[in-house]
Ligand binder design. Structure first.
Ligand code: ZN
Length: 671
């Protein structure tokens, strides 16, 4: 069993590169052989294909993983050399017409009717993806489709490049410290460091988010806030203090036109439909209704919260403007809650939080989590655990790499697959996961002490990990998080976050690391209140982005052009409570939809929150019964991507998702 895991003690960059070349060559020749057959079946095509996929994961998976967590020059070189090869191989597969026809013949064969739901989904997902990649188009359309794909990837990259260059090009040099009043010492020293790096005296303020946020939410210098806001809100546009050569306006028009054309080539009425073809939401209209309903529920609360900020600003003799909201919001939060990270940290020593989280999961899903030795890792801080059934049988393994390592480890937190569950002739290949965080390491005899956001991060990533590890699906392509719709994939992770707000659960592990004192009720209450702080304003803001993205892609009309600002203005009239100045150019820096994968998919954030809140509500309603935990395990987590996300949700909840629980958890409705 353990021999399936990567041999991190022996794995080296030179061998990994040679092995990758060998595997790619072997896979290519095997695929060519497979496709020579007269007829195709699950056993003669898909099973051997899954073997080829597994082979790539075994060599490329650990290489990509080490690139992120143990990024020595040698591993960086191995990764950079391998990436184009792996990408090219992936493109070859997705564009392989013979392979597409082979899948189609399996789909059309009499045997298909007797396939398990998981196998059926593997085949239909593959066919869908081939079609969306343009493989099934007639020759002339296919050529155009490919040309558009190529141009779009250039445009997406260019959009991001303009934005980065524009941010790089702008800075504000401050020489009088009084101008920085209100900013934290940490933010000031970061600004001083930036000045020093450029050989300047004083401080340098820039437009990367931490630097911008340090001013806009803390600076008492209103003119400075105004100046930073203007520069930030006009990035990569024809407004504000920026060089016009970074203007993204023309790129946005071309991107929208090409996406629309591509969607129409594939037979969709618009790009939003194309985007939703792989998602849980059924149609753009369903998403629009979802967003507008939520807006109606959130807007009154957002208005009240804004009024509260206005009143606070008036105490200073100020009429609140957009560059004041973050500042007064921060002040209000301090006044109302006064909850500091420093007060919370002693209650969240890392080892205790981890053990508490494991205890919770053991109870919820009737499993055991135990440290397991003898597994080679990439660093001394990494620990390994086995997930076991009550009878002691191991069914999953995970690596936990908790601490930041400057220079060799990428920032952020994530879960990644190490080994995927599959049923093989000789038995089941058990899944393994990497859980990676970037907490501050233990210092001077103190354990690592987390703030509450970090506790949430740990729970979140472990939720993804459980989705991968608790799977009971035998087919690798739809096991764990594979084959799960994009707008549903955050359900298990966000679901876990709810527990880190539950008083009974907090009391299990939130204990002062020195005195052992359980976190006081008053502090828990503040934490819970903080979760609901200004959720109205945050919600309408997310809805503005989501609705803008959706309508921009759904209502595109070639005859009328992109209408970016017009669409945004209309959306703001409907959902926003505060209208930014007319020179605000938010779309020009909206990378999620113009450079990234969120096009006509930004709504997924809210959508998944509805799912996770509603799932958690099932636990609240059943008074946290053991049965609810087992049902969630069996109907959602164990099923991975083997069935449609909506089908699984209904199997768990007995009905479709609704927004009530999200409204209640975020304080947008009574009780
Ligand atoms: Zn996540």
């Amino acid at each position: 069993m353990l021999s399936q895991l990567p041999a991190f003690d022996r794995f080296n960059p030179t061998e990994a590169q040679a092995e990758l070349d060998k595997v790619l060559a072997q896979n290519r020749s095997e695929l060519a052989e497979l496709l020579k057959r007269e007829s195709h079946s699950w056993e003669t095509l898909i099973e051997p294909l899954e073997d080829t996929g597994d082979r790539i994961s075994r060599v490329w998976g650990p290489t990509a993983h080490l690139f992120s967590v143990w990024s020595t020059p040698e591993w960086r070189a191995a990764y950079n050399a391998g990436l184009p090869k792996v990408t090219e191989y992936g493109v070859e597969l997705s564009q392989n017409e013979a392979l597409y026809r082979a899948y189609q013949s399996i789909h059309d064969s009499p045997a298909f009717a007797s396939f398990s739901p998981a196998r059926k989904k593997v085949v239909t997902d593959a066919l869908r993806d081939f079609r969306l990649a343009g493989v099934a188009l007639p020759a002339k359309d296919k050529e155009r489709f490919k040309a558009i794909s190529l141009r779009l990837s250039e445009l997406h990259a260019k959009f991001e490049e303009h934005l980065m260059d524009c941010v790089q090009a702008w800075s504000k040099h401050v020489t009088d410290e009084r101008e920085l009043d209100g900013m934290t010492d940490a933010a000031k020293s970061a600004a001083r460091e930036k000045a020093r790096a450029k050989g300047l005296e004083g401080w340098l303020l820039t437009l990367d988010f931490p630097s911008y946020d340090a001013v806009i939410s803390k600076s008492t210098n209103r003119a400075l806030r105004r100046e930073l806001y203007e520069a930030y809100a006009t990035r990569a546009s024809e407004q504000g203090p920026h060089d016009r050569k970074f203007d993204n306006t023309a790129l946005m028009s071309e991107i929208l036109a090409l996406r629309d054309e591509q969607a129409k080539l594939l037979g969709f009425s618009n790009f939003a439909e194309l985007s939703l073809a792989t998602k849980m939401a059924e149609s753009p209209d369903e998403v629009e209704k979802f967003l507008r309903d939520l807006a109606i529920r959130a807007k009154p609360r957002a208005q009240a919260e804004l009024d509260e900020l206005r009143a606070l600003a008036r105490e200073d003799g100020i009429e609140l403007e957009v560059w004041d909201t973050a500042f007064y919001s921060e002040r209000l939060r301090q006044r109302k809650l006064g909850l500091s990270d420093e007060a919370l940290r002693p209650y969240f020593p890392f080892p205790q939080v981890v053990r508490g989280m494991f205890d919770l999961v053991e109870r919820l899903y009737d499993v055991k989590i135990e440290p397991v030795g003898g597994i080679p890792t990439w660093h001394a801080d990494v620990t390994t655990y086995a997930l076991k059934y009550r009878d002691g049988e191991t069914f999953g393994i995970f690596y936990l790499d908790p601490y930041a390592r400057p220079a060799t480890k990428r920032g952020g937190a994530w879960m990644d697959e190490c080994v995927v569950r599959r049923k093989l002739a000789g038995g089941v290949q058990i899944p393994a996961a990497y859980l990676v965080c970037n907490f501050t390491p233990p210092l001077g005899g103190q354990p690592a002490l987390l703030n509450h956001d970090e506790v949430l991060t740990l729970f979140h990533e472990f939720g993804h990990g459980l989705h991968h590890l608790l799977t009971r699906v035998d087919e690798a392509s739809v096991a764990g998080i594979r084959g799960v719709a994009w707008d549903a994939v955050e359900l298990p992770s966000q679901f876990m976050e709810n527990w880190a707000y539950e008083p009974a659960i907090l009391k299990l592990f939130a204990k002062h690391w020195q005195t052992g004192e359980v976190m006081p009720d008053a502090m828990i209450e503040k934490l819970r209140a903080d979760r609901q702080f200004q959720t109205g304003l945050a919600t309408v803001r997310q809805l503005e982005f989501s609705l803008f993205d959706l309508l921009l892609h759904r209502d595109y009309d070639a005859a009328r052009g992109a209408r970016v600002q017009e669409t945004l203005d209309a959306v703001r009239r409907d959902v926003a409570v505060m209208t930014p100045p007319s020179w605000n150019r938010m779309p020009n820096s909206f990378s999620h939809i113009f450079a990234g994968g969120y096009a006509a998919g930004y709504y997924s954030y809210k959508w998944a929150e509805v799912l996770s809140s509603d799932a958690f509500a099932a636990f609240e309603e059943s008074n946290f019964s053991a049965e609810t935990g087992l049902r969630f395990r069996d109907t959602v987590l164990a099923q991975g991507g083997s069935r449609e996300a909506m089908e699984l949700f209904i199997a768990f909840r007995g009905r479709k998702p609704n927004v009530d629980a999200l409204l209640r958890h975020s304080g947008l409705s009574a009780a």
